[in-house]
Design a protein around this ligand. Sequence first.
Ligand SMILES: Cc1cc2nc3c(=O)[nH]c(=O)nc-3n(C[C@H](O)[C@H](O)[C@H](O)COP(=O)(O)O)c2cc1C
Length: 210
Amino acid sequence: MTLVENLKWRYATKKMNGKQVPEEKLDYILEAARYAPSSSGLQPYKILVVSDPEKLEQIKKIAFNQSQITDGSHLLVWAAWNDYSYEKIDDVMLATSRERGLPDNATEEYKKMLWSMYEPKGEAWRHNHAARQAYISFALAIAAAAEQKVDATPMEGFDNKALDELLGLEAMGLKSVVIMPIGYRDESADWLAGLKKVRTAKEDFVLRIA
Ligand SMILES: Cc1cc2nc3c(=O)[nH]c(=O)nc-3n(C[C@H](O)[C@H](O)[C@H](O)COP(=O)(O)O)c2cc1C
């Protein structure tokens, strides 16, 4: 199946059947997420994989009791840097230069230029920028899951602050952005399973400027 066919197959699954996603499929989805592009290559986010049933029960309670969180196999949590700093940018770029066999100062001017752009924008803007990078990774994970015929529900319907506390994200310098239970659809119990997928018509969606 092509990518577009897989995207038509997937849907925001409302009811999952408790079946486990094999480790190699989970790994494939996470690798797709890891290889996502990000602004300046900073990858200013992490993915937490939650599979402990007790934790998942606690998370469901702060996510409008959405059943996919406990009926799914794993819960993936994208958590973005709470803020950028020159040091964080330096850490990533220095590690990249070293892996590429470049001199330590290869990105000196670029790092200074980047921080001079980011610093005046303020903490809220910077966290938001990091969160936007996380969404790119999130989208690739959705596509990768569909390719693996694994169901996934993109979710913003949760209390971010409560999840940050539950997972101890603040101590890691992170804030939760978006979550995704993965698993397998329970077609007979899912009200959305049989409904037509609806999108904006192509002619209204794609605006060609000739
Ligand atoms: C960022 C984001 C957040 C979403 N949050 C939720 C959610 O909390 N719970 C849920 O059941 N669906 C959620 N959805 C699913 C959307 O409602 C769904 O993707 C959209 O209606 C299109 O339907 P489809 O994904 O089935 O094609 C979310 C989707 C995205 C992209």
